[in-house]
Design a protein around this ligand. Sequence first.
Ligand code: PEP
Ligand code: MG
Length: 834
Amino acid sequence: MTQTLTFTCELPNGVHARPASHVEQLCNTFAADIKWENTRTGNIANAKSVLSLIGTDTLQGDECIITISGEDEMQAIEKITHFIKTEFPHCDEALETTEETGDFAPLPRNLSNLSPAVVRGHSVSSGQGRGKLIQAGGINFDNFITLPSSKGLDEEQSALSTGLEQLRNALVLQQKADNSTAVAVIDAHLSILRDEEFSAKLLSGISEGSCAAEAIIATAKHYGKQLQQSSSAYLRERELDIRDICFQLLQMIYGTDQFRCDNALTEPSICLADDLTPSQFLELDKSLLKGLLLTHGGSTSHTVILARSFNIPTLIGIEESALSPFVNQEVLIDCKQGVVITAITPELERYYQEELRVNNVLEARHAKYRNLPGCTADTIKLEVAANIAHAIEAEPAFNNGAESIGLFRTEMLYMDRTTAPDEDELYNIFCQALEAASDKSIIIRTMDIGGDKPVDYLNIPAENNPFLGYRAIRIYEEYIELFKTQLRGILRASAHGSLKIMIPMISSVEEILWVKDVLAEVRQELRKEKVPFDEKIPLGIMLEVPSVAFIIDQCSEEIDFFSIGSNDLTQYLMAVDRDNAKVTKTYNSLNPAFLRTLDHVVREVHRHGKWIGLCGELGAKGSVLPLLVGLGLDEISMSAPSIPATKERLSKLDSRKCRQLLNKAMACRTAMEVEHLLAQFRMAQSDAPLITTECIVLDADLGSKEEVIKTLSDNLYLAGRCRYPDKLADDLWAREDVFSTGLGFGFAIPHTKSEHIEQSTISVAKLAQPILWGDDEAQFVIMLTLNKHAAGDQHMKIFSKLARKIMHVDFRDSLQKATSAEEIEQLLQGAIAE
Ligand code: PEP
Ligand code: MG
């Protein structure tokens, strides 16, 4: 028997990629063979393939027939009929795009004062690079005007099959590449080659009399057009993958001479491209590729992902016409500010040399901490771990000094795609992460879908209160197969390394018991199938729903560990939406109530002999680190780039002082009081005197006010006294704008009281040559930067003391004659002590 359903497509834009993905997702839940016929075009599609469905050219008003045959056809017809009537008409709503658009933040004053000629873009990686701007070609199939003529059906068919086979083999070989991201992209390309509909489309072209080349180009254009029209940025970006595969196929069959797209680099270059395909990117010589500028390409485009993994500075959303006049000229790409500098003046050259100096100093300093365990000055260990969202992030995280992965947010593996990953895909991903881990452990958090992390194909209806609704563990019962598949993937991978399972949003013991039952079932299945896994794999929960704080004793009987999700715990404890800009004032993890909760839970967990970490954003906040140390956590987990700096900060803290600080913080009445306490602690800690030789430079080759302010601010950053040197410099400039701080006699005292300086400091630059400072000249700059928590009148008191002393010729002479930073330090100490 066969079931059929006839209906009219009412979608205004027809069946493009997004609606097709909904249909495909549903149909794939049935074993039956399901066909979709568009009676107008006569095209019949396999309803389990997006490419195939798009190929039916179903437009608004077209009559369609779905035919279902197979053992579960009755269930299928019922569900599909319901879907077509109720959900299908609404599955064409616009998706949020991932493409960056809109405003750019203003440039820092130290840079904008140099009036750089810039083109702005959005940073999707870090670093800076310099080279000749070249236009890297996309593939334009219309450029191939003379195509080989058909040699007859059989010969063309066989050329195509051989080409497909050879390309498949070539890609499989490339999968052995070193770069794991490249492997993932090649995997995606292989899946296009495996798509039956893709091959069928190619073959049908040949059957209609086209040569293989014509059929390939027609296929590329056909799917390309459909995908480009998709309202999903993710699917639009897949268009480049189809074009890439088709072009490689042409080259495979006809040779690269006939289908040429030459992007060879011969010197250090910055590539500007409209649509560089992933394989074109892979072919570029990375030792010469100094930067990438893409006009298109969202953050999920494979080319962008690859560029990031090769550490190529990359900007997207670049306006091509703004840059085309500079092709073949030297340009500079700066991902920190999101700019391309099109005319590198000597001043800009020196600006970027200074940037490099700072990076090199930091790099060398962090290198020392990378391989050291997280440890306080009094040798109390605190494991510093990384948060990741995909296996490809594991390797860089461990290279950055992660002692483990404290949070693998797996929901990202389910997002931005049309179907859920299957068991093998998940298994491979977890194995890939384990390979990078060596013997270090990885906490895999099972999918935290829902809330702010929607997954289209699960069709979870929109809710008024998504964070309080159908999210994380709460959806597992309905999507039990999805959950079990994930558990199977994790368990299978656990045979190859140290994995732990963590469940998000647990609020009761019932939920833990339910999870344990499912886990036991899955384990039993695997045992029966004789599939190896770690029988002792630890099971933990996120501590992010406040109710858990009161049942730690009971939870501890059932699970092995806890990890505090401070993002959600703050949200739920304070009843404040973490994503609502209107209530950010209330969303404050320094609220004493929150700190008391943390203290309570850490004590309780330890009292019951269990392990507890923290994996919310709070873990990476340097200013809060003393409180986290005071809590006595076993681990903190954060985004990988923050790890070396955290380890460095940790090494300077004394755990006993941190505990005392926490006690004081918990006794505070307001978050503001806690902030003051932390600021005072920072100022008092690590005997940070007002004057330090680290912030004194002698005979400095600095040629302008901008260079002096930048270098001194950068030094404060390197000395750990300021976190955002550009912002501190902006505050200094705000004062300079009102009146110049030149005092005459070749002296200047730029000064500010700013929230961007952590430890009040007097910095000094004694210059090799005098420079212009307002209407005066200056050769001796004393820069005063005071913390906003410093006593109210301290700023002006120090300023006027210094200014008064400088009026004395003897003091000026002594400063000018000083030959060492120590001497200057002594003189200034004396001056402000008077
Ligand atoms: C948290 O809530 O702190 C957490 C780490 O989880 P997520 O941010 O993914 O909700
Ligand atoms: Mg959370």
